[in-house]
Ligand binder design. Structure first.
Ligand code: NAD
Length: 368
């Protein structure tokens, strides 16, 4: 009998329910057309959870997420909840989920699909075939380091301060994730920090070097200062395979790399933790300006689900099929409004989900 893979779906707000609905279609198709099967549960997060439970992530929902282990989220937030206290705003639900599940490694692929090559602001010859994976440390560094605050220093003047801090285990565990992923891809890692001016960067470089020597000497390791990496991403992005970096630099470099691809509605992400926990979500927000209109591009969420198939369910075969189907749809010149181009056909969220399933059907028919 097929193993049932547990999947928790948190649709969230705005376009979240629309884009996650397309993933539910896909799980149904996979169950009918492959040997995988799912046990799916669904609950609220963000504004929808505030409306239903009074908090952006209830303890009960959090427990369910921890038990299920693999979570697919839509997006949170929207104008309806903008004036709520900072600590119980929709985004606080997502931050709580990441923290409580100790999701320390954030994976952000930046892939340029041939059919969307003109969506990038860089020249096609620079971005053609681009496939970069940024692994960002997500639970440490300057965003969490203590002491932090704003203090009065007299004479009507103030001082704002944060602490950049990393420990050996924090660096090693995210390093291991990145090296393991590199082995399954192009076998090359760029480790980025500012070892020239920061002690935490010096430690980062030393620990990554040690980890490399001890366990991963088969992987090519290149150390690069984060500011140089920002420059190289625009100058010659195809030199990169996997980039591993800290929370602050990863925040900036992953957004920069994402924009090489040119379209927010296409960008998936995964956040991995210990005990095989994984949270999969599109990079985009809840897009309240287009919510409920059938205009949202579901591909970022579908590609996030493909990452869940690859990293949580260890079904790279099925992940490949879903990713190829998404590419096939783009090659057929079917587009949601956000990626519409001259000569293409504009379709709705629902039709895009159906088109991905149509492409999966076509691939089966061609293989038969
Ligand atoms: P956004 O990503 O929601 O939207 C930015 C622009 O991109 C909008 O014009 C939107 O229509 C468009 N867009 C986004 N996703 C799209 C998709 N799948 N298909 C087509 N078009 C898409 O960012 P924003 O407008 O700054 O934020 C809106 C709300 O989302 C805010 O409440 C914000 O806090 C929240 N937010 C949530 C997350 C998250 O849940 N991880 C991330 C970012 C923003």
């Amino acid at each position: 009998m097929a193993v049932k893979h547990k999947l928790m779906i948190l649709p969230g707000d705005g376009i979240g329910p629309e884009v996650t609905a397309e993933v539910k279609k896909l799980t149904g198709w996979l169950e009918s057309n492959s040997d995988i099967s799912f046990e799916i549960e669904e609950d609220e997060i963000g504004g929808a959870a505030i409306d239903k439970y009074g908090v952006p992530l209830s303890d009960e929902t959090l427990k369910k997420c921890a038990d299920m282990g693999t979570i697919l989220m839509g997006a949170v937030g929207g104008p309806k909840w903008d004036d709520i206290d900072y600590n119980i705003r929709p985004e606080a639900g997502l931050l709580k989920l990441r923290k409580e599940l100790d999701l320390f490694a954030n994976l952000r692929p930046a892939i340029v699909f041939d059919a969307l090559i003109d969506a990038s602001t860089l020249k096609p010859e620079i971005v053609k075939g681009l496939d970069i994976l940024i692994v960002r440390e997500l639970t440490g560094g300057v965003y969490f380091g203590e002491p932090r605050g704003i203090e009065d220093i007299g004479n009507g003047e103030r001082r704002g301060f944060n602490t950049q801090v990393y420990t050996t285990p924090e660096i090693r565990r995210v390093g291991c994730v990145a090296f393991e992923l590199a082995r399954k891809r192009g076998n090359k890692i760029h480790s980025c920090e500012k070892a020239n001016v920061m002690e935490s960067g010096k430690l980062w470089r030393e620990e990554i070097t040690k980890l490399h020597q001890e366990h991963y000497s088969d992987v090519e390791l290149i150390h690069m200062y984060a500011d140089n990496c920002a420059m190289q991403l625009l100058r010659n992005p195809s030199q990169f395979d996997v980039i591993v970096t800290d929370n602050l630099f990863g925040d900036i470099l992953s957004d920069e790399a994402a924009m090489l691809t040119g379209s927010l509605g296409m960008l998936p992400s995964a956040s991995l933790g210990g005990d095989d926990k994984g949270l999969y979500e599109p990079v985009h927000g809840s897009a309240p300006d287009i919510a409920g209109q059938g205009k949202a591009n579901p591909l970022a969420t579908i590609l996030s689900f493909a990452m869940a198939l690859r990293y949580s369910f260890e079904r790279s075969d099925l992940a490949d099929r879903v990713e190829h189907a998404a590419q096939d749809v783009l090659t057929q010149e079917l587009r949601t409004a956000d990626i519409m181009a001259v000569g293409c056909t504009e379709i709705s969220t629902n039709a895009m989900g159906d088109a991905v399933i149509g492409a999966l059907d076509k691939a089966i028919a061609e293989a038969a």
